[in-house]
Design a protein around this ligand. Structure first.
Ligand SMILES: *[C@@H]1O[C@H](CO)[C@@H](O)[C@H](O)[C@H]1NC(C)=O
Ligand SMILES: *[C@@H]1O[C@H](CO)[C@@H](O)[C@H](O)[C@H]1NC(C)=O
Length: 297
């Protein structure tokens, strides 16, 4: 296994030595590493597939004419592979059997959709590491996760800029919790080896944006998927997840799992909206669907 010099210094700092795995609440540091590895497997597989599917001339034909662009995308792919190898090694060193790659299904059919899905996955990666940070007990693991997070954020900025989106659309990134991340990642996971440990996470019913214009003050149409339970219209609320807590949005129930939500002030760029029961909090206890991913411009 190859490690870059940065990873070698992390290894020297003790991450890949065997050690006890600390626990906060229900979720242990080992669970968090497995969860991170689950995401890195997905990202690494995604870029591996994409770079098999699309050649440099496909990128040029799609309008990405600078040859450095293709080289940089290959570098992103290598970073994800290095993250995957690193977490695998860290788990083995902690005496835990690392989860293996699953089979995936990505909605990418050409260079353009490949870059759009890549950008979205990088954004989710940032939100996932950010949300997990508060749960990591061991400082060595925390700085390792931080060093991955900052790289994912640069990938995200690069891919956003390539698509004409603001690289850093707002001053604070949005943290997502384990179940929220699993909800947005699970549509891409077709099946996993039986030997993989079950992560202590669950997916909420899906929520998709199906129309409208995602701009401040405009309305978007959302559709809740399988498992969404019919509720009294006045009990359903919509919250955008931000670093400083939920930003509540005005919502209209259109029936059959369809909702119209007005994009509130204070959310920009890759944003996440959940439906909740009640409007006091937006946590695992009362999320009833989502998050949906919405790019607000
Ligand atoms: C953190 O994890 C590393 C690697 O497993 C281990 O060597 C170290 O003892 C742990 N530190 C604490 C405070 O548990
Ligand atoms: C690559 O191509 C295969 C076969 O067409 C397709 O199933 C897969 O989704 C594509 N993956 C990406 C990331 O473009």
């Amino acid at each position: 296994m190859k490690f870059s010099s940065a990873l070698i210094s992390l290894a020297a700092a003790g991450l890949v030595q065997a050690g006890p795995v600390a626990r906060r609440g229900d979720i242990t540091d080992a669970d968090i590493l497995q969860y991170a590895l689950t995401l890195e497997h997905l990202e690494a597989s995604f870029y591996e597939q994409g770079l098999k599917n699309y050649t440099q001339s496909d990128f040029m034909a799609a309008g990405f004419k600078d040859s450095a662009f293709f080289t940089n995308i290959k570098m992103v792919a290598e970073d994800e592979k290095a993250h995957e190898d690193f977490l695998t090694k860290a788990l083995s060193a902690a005496g835990v059997k690392p989860v293996e790659r699953c089979t995936y299904s990505f909605p990418a059919t050409d260079v353009k959709s490949f870059l759009a899905v890549g950008s979205m996955l990088e954004g989710v990666g940032v939100s996932a590491y950010l949300g997990a940070a508060a749960h990591i007990m061991n400082a060595t693991y925390l700085s390792a996760a931080g060093s991955i997070l900052t790289v994912e954020a640069r990938h995200s900025a690069y891919l956003r800029a390539a698509q004409g989106e603001a690289p850093a659309a707002q001053p604070f990134d949005n943290p997502l919790d384990f179940n929220e991340v699993y909800t947005v990642a699970s549509p891409f996971i077709a099946s996993c080896p039986d030997s993989n440990m079950m992560l202590p996470v669950k997916a909420f019913p899906s929520l998709m944006m199906t129309g409208g214009k995602a701009m401040t003050g405009s309305m978007v149409q959302l559709m809740a998927g399988e498992g969404f339970e019919k509720m009294n219209a006045k009990d359903v609320h919509a919250a955008f997840i931000t670093a400083t807590g939920p930003v509540w949005a005005s919502i209209q129930d259109k029936g059959n799992g369809k909702f119209m939500v007005t994009v509130p002030k204070g959310v920009m760029g890759q944003s996440y909206v959940v439906l909740t029961r009640g409007d006091k909090q937006a946590t695992d206890d009362n999320i009833v669907a989502g998050p949906a991913i919405i790019e607000v411009s």
